[in-house]
Design a protein around this ligand. Sequence first.
Ligand code: BTN
Length: 273
Amino acid sequence: MSATHATAALRSATIAHLGAQAPHFVIDWVEECVSTNTALMENTPADDGRVHVLAAERQSAGRGRRGRQWQSWPDGSLTFSSVWHFARGTPAPAGLSLVAGLAVAQALERFGVVGLQLKWPNDVLVNGEKLVGILVELSTGHARGLAAVIGIGINLRLPPDVRIEAQTGVTDLARALDGDVPSRPALLAAILAELERLCATYASGGFPALKDAWEQRNAFAELPVRISGDHTALEGICAGVDDDGALLLRTDTGMQRILAGDVSLRPLGGEAP
Ligand code: BTN
C-alpha cells in the first residue's frame, strides 16, 4: 500500500469535510491495495476509541458479497472500508449489514439523490439499478468485543463501455445526479458521519431502532421475489425484515426467515432473469 501527494490531499480534504467529527476517525487513503476489506481484516486496528478508515484509488482484487469480484475505477469509484468496534452483547450482528446500507442511502439522499432504495441485505439501488455495494465482515477475538469491517464501493462514473461481470442493472452517481457528482472526500466524510450516527443507534437500540427507516426504502416490499442461495432457490412475497435484520419471505408453506442469499424480483407469471 502506498500514499502519494494525491492521496495525501484526498485524506486532508476528507478530514476538513469531517470538521468537528474528524477526531473520531483515523483516515488512510492509498494509491493501491489488494482490497480495503482484506487489508483491514488481516490487520484489524485495536480499539482505541476511533474508527479506522482505509480508502484506495485502486483495488487489485476488490471483493463483493458471496465470493464475487468487485470492479472499480480510479476517479470513477469511491472504495473504502472502516472498522467499527462494538461491546460484547451488542445485538445480532446480522442487522449491521442493513444498517450500513441505510447509512449510505441517507447520506446520499442529503446530496440530492432521489429514488434510492435498499435491496436486502444492503445493496443501494437507484431506480432499480445498483449504485453501491457493501461487504460487512466480522472480525472476532478482540479484547472488548466484536469488530466489524464495513467495505463500501460506490460507482461515481462508470466507463462508457463497462460490462460488470454477473450483474445486470448497474448505475452511477453521475447519472443519478445529472453529472453533478460531489467530490470523493465530501462523499466519504458524509457517509462516515452517517455511519457513526446509525452505528451508535444500533449499539444502543439494536436493529429495531432502525427497522422502519430500512423498510421505507425496501425495494421489493410486498413484491414477488426469488431468493437464490448456494444450492437452493426459494420463492415468495417479500414481507420485509424482522428485528434481527433477517428477510421475511411469505411462501405457500408459511413465513420463512432468510439469513443469506441473493434476492431478485420474480416477474408475475414469468421466470426470474
Ligand atoms: C457487493 O455488492 O457484492 C459488495 C461490494 C463491496 C465492495 C467494497 S469496495 C471497498 C471494499 N473492499 C472490497 O474488496 N470490497 C468492498
